[in-house]
Write a protein that binds this ligand. Structure first.
Ligand code: ZN
Ligand code: ZN
Length: 412
């Protein structure tokens, strides 16, 4: 018989954005949530394991919709040069860190291959549920093309054989999109704009034409999935919206009218505020060159403005961090940065219910409701009063349950 766990006396934030419920009881049976009782005592369930959460907050497992678990170093070539065993073990460490911070699901925006999901599913790695892009589609000289001026051969993203798909024209884009799906991608990641950490372009230099983007969208739709696109400026975002892209990433240079268009089209916006702040603080020490640091400065402050435009326009705002290099442990900061524009509750919803909708699992993840998978976290304290608790998640997230299994327990 499936094990039953009862959380009682919880300060419950259920992910739907309504008022929290003090003194709630949540019953987990097997891998799913069976009952949520906001008043009255807990039911008598003989044989159940009972956890008293007085003074603590129960939330849905967090979702990070834009990660690069496999970008071990901030500098691309350093990651690619790591010996395979070191690469795999450090990526594994990143996955464990995500889980320990309370992220029970992550969407990788390029780098991790299917083997990591198999290793998590087989219990070889203690990690979150993975939605993979495998690798990204990039035009020649685009954000994913790391050759720069001096090299001709395609440059690997890591030492275990993941290369970016450099493809131009609708036919090549179609083929590359099918390639990543063949290799186990859950969604297709495309580079539709220049970038910060790339050698040959700048944010705001839009990449790909609408027919190329549309080719990727059609391949994705045929397979029952969607496209997520790296974008900064208005033109790139508008191209993507016209082509039917579902998930717009970064968007730092977005204007008000583009935000309104995004809302009208029903696309999701995944601002990634943390990566810019963390790299501005620490990137120099990690070996980022002057060209990259200069580009970083052009997008960092605009990011908050873009979020505000999107928020006022009523865009569906999801949540990602885009953290690269050795800073995965800081990803909880994203909620605090968002809370400078949104309310703390809205920031929490973006990283739970809205992210679950974005990845296509709204009926299984994102909220604490009967019938959903039991992805739950317990925090010491109240994040509505101190949204900075998420950044200190290694210490403040005291219990992590993924699909009914306890993955971290500091309750003692
Ligand atoms: Zn990007
Ligand atoms: Zn990214």
């Amino acid at each position: 018989m499936a094990e039953t766990v009862v959380f009682r006396n919880a300060f419950l934030i259920d992910g739907n954005g309504g008022e929290p419920s003090p003194g709630a009881t949540v019953v987990v049976e097997g891998e799913a949530i069976k009952d949520v009782l906001t008043q009255g005592g807990p039911p008598a369930l003989p044989g159940a394991k009972v956890l008293d959460l007085r003074g603590k907050t129960l939330l849905p497992g967090l979702i990070d919709a834009h990660v690069h678990v496999g970008n071990i170093e901030a500098v691309h070539d350093r990651t690619a040069a790591l010996p395979p065993a070191v690469y795999v073990l450090r990526a594994t460490r990143n996955l464990e860190t995500d889980l320990d911070l309370g992220f029970t699901t992550i969407r990788d925006a390029g780098g991790l291959d299917w083997g990591f999901r198999a290793a998590v599913d087989q219990g070889l790695i203690r990690g979150p549920r993975l939605f993979l892009s495998v690798t990204m589609l990039t035009q020649t000289g685009g954000h994913g093309d790391k050759r720069g001026i001096a090299r001709e051969a395609n440059v690997p993203r890591n030492s275990i054989g993941v290369f970016p798909e450099i493809c131009d024209g609708p036919d090549e884009v179609r083929r590359s999109a099918r390639q990543v799906l063949r290799r186990g991608a859950d969604q297709i990641k495309i580079m539709a704009d220049g970038g910060v950490a790339s050698p040959s372009d700048r944010p705001g230099q839009w990449q790909y034409e609408v027919p190329e983007l549309r080719a990727a969208v059609e391949v994705a739709q045929a397979a029952g999935t969607y496209v997520m696109a790296h974008c900064y400026g208005d033109r790139a975002i508008r191209n993507c919206l016209e082509a039917g892209v579902r998930s717009i990433e970064h968007g730092n240079l977005m204007g008000r009218e583009t935000a309104e268009l995004m809302a009208a089209r029903g696309a999701f916006y995944v601002p990634t505020l943390t990566v810019f702040e963390v790299l501005a603080e620490r990137g120099r020490g990690e070996g980022l060159d002057a060209f990259i640091l200069e580009k970083l400065a052009t997008v960092i402050e605009a990011g908050q403005q873009a979020l505000e435009y999107a928020y006022r326009a009523g865009v569906k705002i999801a949540s990602g961090t885009d953290i690269i290099g050795p800073f995965q442990y800081l990803k909880g900061r994203e909620l605090a940065l968002k809370a400078e524009v949104m309310t703390p509750m809205e920031a929490i919803v973006s990283a739970t219910r809205t992210n679950a909708e974005l990845i296509g699992w709204p009926d299984r993840l994102g909220t604490v409701e009967p019938g959903k998978l039991a992805d739950l976290i317990v925090m010491d304290g109240n994040p509505l009063e101190d949204v900075g608790l998420f950044e200190r998640g290694l210490e403040k997230v005291v219990l992590v349950m993924k699909q009914g299994r306890v993955m971290k327990d500091l309750l003692g």
